[in-house]
Design a protein around this ligand. Structure first.
Ligand code: FE2
Ligand code: FE2
Length: 207
């Protein structure tokens, strides 16, 4: 079979749906490659900053790496603004939707709401923005994680002079994350929090 015969889903046969499922599985194997390509396309978006969007993403991931953060955190930092391409008004939710099946729940939540936390740094300069928008998340178990994520990795990563690691450095980590079994409880670990910084790992990586 090269193609299904149906023109309406309700007319499909079991054989056709098995054929389509096999195709879909093959397609999902290349998610990491498509995301890496999208990251490079980020380079062309949002001019005006001293670093490109790709530069900002790489710098955030580099800072996470140098803090000794685990792979879930590093990849989340790398992809946290990937929604800028197609979802400028909810780029955080968009990125979280991509990450959610493959990273710890903690990281997905932080990415999903980082836009509200980031407002702390610029909301007071703009009409109609709430600098304290993050306050609506007070009481969430990962509130402090998001505050640290934004302070150390996101808002700090617009420095053109920072020694940022190249995309190639992060490729194996992106592949590892998107090769995981989606929604694996061992990965999602609901309710569990891993620290953003690990001084021992950070020292090893700096050596
Ligand atoms: Fe963002
Ligand atoms: Fe960002």
């Amino acid at each position: 079979m090269k193609q299904v015969k149906f023109t309406q889903m309700k007319d499909g046969t079991r054989e056709e749906y098995e054929f389509l499922t096999a195709h879909e599985i093959d397609h999902t194997r290349h998610t990491a490659d498509r995301l890496l390509k999208a990251l490079v396309e980020l380079d062309e978006s949002l001019s005006g900053y001293q670093v490109t969007r790709l530069g900002h993403s790489l710098q955030s991931a580099t800072r996470a790496w140098r803090d000794g953060a685990d792979t879930d955190w590093v990849v989340s930092a790398l992809l946290h603004d990937i929604g800028d391409i197609y979802a400028p008004y909810n780029h955080d939710e968009y990125a979280a939707t991509i990450l959610r099946p493959f990273v710890r729940e903690q990281c997905a939540w932080v990415v999903q709401t980082h836009g509200d936390f980031q407002m702390l740094y610029y909301g007071h300069h703009l009409e109609g923005f709430d600098q304290n928008k993050r306050d609506r998340h007070r009481g969430h178990p990962c509130f402090d994680d998001n505050a640290v994520f934004c302070e150390r990795w996101d808002q700090a990563s617009f420095d053109p002079d920072y020694d940022t690691l190249p995309l190639e450095f992060f490729v194996p980590m992106v592949r590892e994350v998107f090769d995981r079994k989606p929604y694996d409880p061992e990965v999602i670990r609901p309710g569990q929090r891993a620290p953003l910084s690990d001084p021992v790992r950070a020292a090893e990586r700096a050596a």
